[in-house]
Design a protein around this ligand. Structure first.
Ligand SMILES: [Zn+2]
Length: 139
């Protein structure tokens, strides 16, 4: 149990390092764009703006990842990491390695997804049933 969490902590820390590197690389490449002297070419300007935008989008995703990593590390500190929030069982290491931010074991995750699909279907049915069919006129 402890070894399992230690192994995941090492993986998460490595992941965090990689993510930070990725963010720095993006920041660097965007600030490396030729600035100051305007090229005067409208197309060049447009494409560098698009690159910058792309950099921001990528950065957002990396930041989101970083947030997930930090949250997982916090759960490790609190001793909650790798424990299914639904049934309280230990999430298998194999699953954690594939999904380091998993909150549920495979079984509970499937149950939740099934329930969500059912709820969604139920809502769709309800919307469908709310369409008036003129049942009063039924002869
Ligand atoms: Zn579970």
């Amino acid at each position: 149990m402890v070894e399992r969490v230690d192994e995941m902590k090492a993986i998460l820390l490595k992941l965090k390092e990689d993510t930070l590197k990725e963010i720095n690389k993006t920041l660097k490449s965007t600030s490396d764009l030729p600035s100051g002297e305007p090229s005067g070419d409208i197309y060049d300007q447009a494409s560098s703006e698009r690159d910058r935008e792309l950099g921001f989008i990528l950065n957002d995703r990396e930041r989101e990842k970083l947030r997930n990593i930090d949250e997982a590390l916090l759960r490790i500190e609190e001793g909650d990491y790798g424990i299914c929030e639904e049934c309280g069982c230990d999430i298998p290491l194999g699953r954690l390695k594939v999904m380091p931010f998993a909150h549920y074991c495979v079984k509970c995750k499937e149950d939740i997804e099934k329930l969500q699909a059912q709820t969604k279907r139920f809502e769709e049915d309800r919307v469908y049933n709310e369409i008036p069919f003129g049942e009063e006129e039924e002869a």
